[in-house]
Design a protein around this ligand. Structure first.
Ligand code: SAM
Length: 284
């Protein structure tokens, strides 16, 4: 049974981390004319009004995107090429200039810069979340599929376009999902070796993401760029998320340097204890 709803967490520090990297990857892909197929296996609603009942309950965005938004002029965040473009794009979905009242989910980040020659496939399994997504105004070359994104990914390959970019962003409501994601990504990489694949995971005190990494290694996917943003070290007995991880298979050249520069400005806003690490994971 699916109970997770991203609206409760929209715009939190993990969204900022994930969507900043996604934005940088898209930016790189747009440097060439050849067409790209994007697949978002776990799409969610697409756009989150911050005043919505679910989002205003926990207000996680206050310790995420709102920190960057409020500091953008004071800290001249716009002068960082990646952060500046990301913040400008974020400004496009706000209903009032200068205000922050919406947070865009991955379908919006992916569709906002979709060109006529590109295609975007959005998978969402939860009927209610898919209903929200179906009501979003999105370009004609966006396909919304009410179904399982991991199965859809494997079945949908190979794609006709020369390039492919996949975001895998599950809610990990079941422990088995880490291994299931690894299995689907390994199958996908066998069918599309060149694909740029982003896989998000939470950093939990229990370290459950090890199943994901080991599954990828055992399935032959070894050279992966890994970005981890930790808010703090877990306290004794703590069980919740203390950080956000993102794996990028076949990362664009220069992604690590662009992200490091952006993170150097983001970390002080997220708290004194926050840390970022970026490295190549080679299956240790
Ligand atoms: N990617 C979104 C974003 O960045 O804005 C957030 C996605 S949220 C973390 C995970 C979503 O996956 C939820 O909306 C959930 O209903 C959906 N979901 C869970 N299992 C799924 C599956 N097997 N296939 C497709 N969607 C699934």
């Amino acid at each position: 049974m699916l109970s997770y709803q991203h609206a409760y967490h929209a715009g939190n520090f993990a969204d900022v981390h994930k969507h900043l990297i996604l934005f940088a990857v898209i930016d790189h892909l747009l440097r060439k004319e050849s067409s790209v197929t994007y697949m978002d296996t776990h799409a969610g609603r697409g756009l989150y009004p911050l005043a919505a009942e679910e989002t205003s309950r926990l207000q996680e965005y206050r310790e995420g995107v709102a920190r960057l938004w409020q500091a953008r002029e004071r800290l001249e965040l716009e002068r960082d090429p990646l952060l500046g473009d990301w913040l400008a794009a974020l400004g496009e979905v706000q209903s009032l200039a200068g205000g922050l009242d919406h947070y865009p989910g991955s379908p919006w980040w992916l569709s906002a810069r979709l060109r006529a020659q590109d295609r975007l496939m959005l998978f969402e399994l939860h009927p209610g979340e898919h209903g929200h997504l179906a009501r979003q105004a999105l370009p004609d070359n966006v396909q919304r599929i009410h179904g399982d994104g991991l199965q859809g990914l494997v079945k949908g390959l190979p794609v006709p376009s020369p390039r492919l970019c996949v975001l895998v962003d599950p809610s990990y409501e079941r422990k088995a999902e880490y291994a299931e994601v690894a299995e689907a990504v390994c199958q996908a990489m066998r069918k599309a070796r060149h694909a740029v694949v982003l896989v998000w995971y939470p950093l939990l005190p229990a370290g459950r993401h090890r199943d994901l990494l080991e599954g990828l290694r055992d399935g032959g996917v070894r050279k992966i760029w890994r970005s981890e943003l930790r808010l703090r070290e877990p306290q004794e007995g703590e069980r919740g998320m203390v950080g956000s991880g993102l794996l990028v298979i076949n990362p664009p050249w220069g992604l690590d340097e662009r992200l490091e520069a952006a993170m150097a400005k983001v970390l002080p806003l997220l708290g004194e204890a926050s840390r970022h690490s970026g490295d190549w994971w080679v299956g240790e």
